[in-house]
Design a protein. Structure first.
Length: 269
């Protein structure tokens, strides 16, 4: 099933579009509109294109869990995607996708899809971040100009309860940030975009003086279809060791519903 958003004019949908070339084979064109501190396209954005292909391969509607390994940095330009159906069951479907550029694997992901409309028990021991309303939060002016080629800052709106310390060179902060996020062009998040958006946060380790990170592996659990509006986010790191760190991400929708969780292992730059 396609994950394409109904309105194809939105940047995320346009930039993650895939074209079917044969059964299990698609092409895409990665753009330079989602670059990060590394100068390469954001890993979540690249995963979004890969899952767009896989979503057209499987019968179920929503990604439930995605595990992606990043083998090489992506670059703007043509990409080949190969998908495989591993199993189609009554409640879930599992598949795999590989994204290649120049004959080399860039990303390899496995995902299980299902139906998030299904009802079941709910238990949440923690709630969403306690944030002022988005209009009362701080919008870093540096993001508006895509500082140093960080073009993702023009595709995503961020709102912080106060100015992040790393913007002023502070290195003694706590590697945790609560903030609001949404697509800058007005597109509402949906279940299909959440596995990409969990990687849109500014790395929490910038608060302890690190320049940036490179994702090695990213696992995402999509918990619900989000309501329209801003997303309340919590990103944090507890352990840095041997040049590696984990980063956890939670996304809550405008109604206070947990819609996505993620953990990644990343290398410090």
């Amino acid at each position: 099933m396609s994950l394409d958003h109904p309105a194809e004019g939105y940047e995320f949908d346009r930039d993650t579009r895939v074209d079917k070339r044969a059964d299990g084979e698609f092409t895409a064109t990665l753009t330079d509109g989602w670059t990060t501190f590394t100068s390469h396209p954001n890993g979540g954005y690249v995963l979004g294109a890969a899952l767009n292909a896989l979503g057209q391969t499987l019968s179920q509607t929503d990604p439930l869990v995605v595990s992606a390994f990043y083998l090489r940095p992506a670059a703007p330009g043509q990409a080949l995607l190969r998908t495989e159906t591993v199993r189609e069951g009554r409640r879930t479907a599992t598949g795999a996708v590989v994204l290649e550029q120049g004959g080399k694997e860039i990303l390899r992901a496995t995902a299980t899809y299902g139906d998030l409309a299904a009802e079941g028990r709910e238990l949440h021991l923690e709630g969403p971040p306690e944030l002022p309303a988005p209009e009362d939060c701080y919008a870093p002016p540096e993001f508006a100009g895509a500082t140093e080629g960080v073009t993702i800052a023009q595709r995503v709106d961020y709102r912080y309860p106060e100015r992040p310390g790393w913007l002023d060179g502070k290195k003694d902060g706590r590697p945790r940030t609560d903030f609001w996020m949404r697509f800058a062009d007005g597109r509402d998040a949906d279940a299909g975009s959440l596995p990409a958006m969990v990687d849109f946060a500014v790395p929490a380790v910038l608060e302890i003086g690190e320049f940036g990170t490179i994702t090695v592996e990213l696992t995402t659990h999509v918990r619900a279809r989000p309501a329209p509006g801003w997303l309340a986010c919590r990103v944090f790191t507890k352990h840095v060791s041997h040049g590696l760190h984990e980063e956890d991400m939670e996304i809550w929708d405008s109604q206070g519903t947990l819609v996505a969780q993620a953990r990644q292992l990343a290398m410090l730059l």
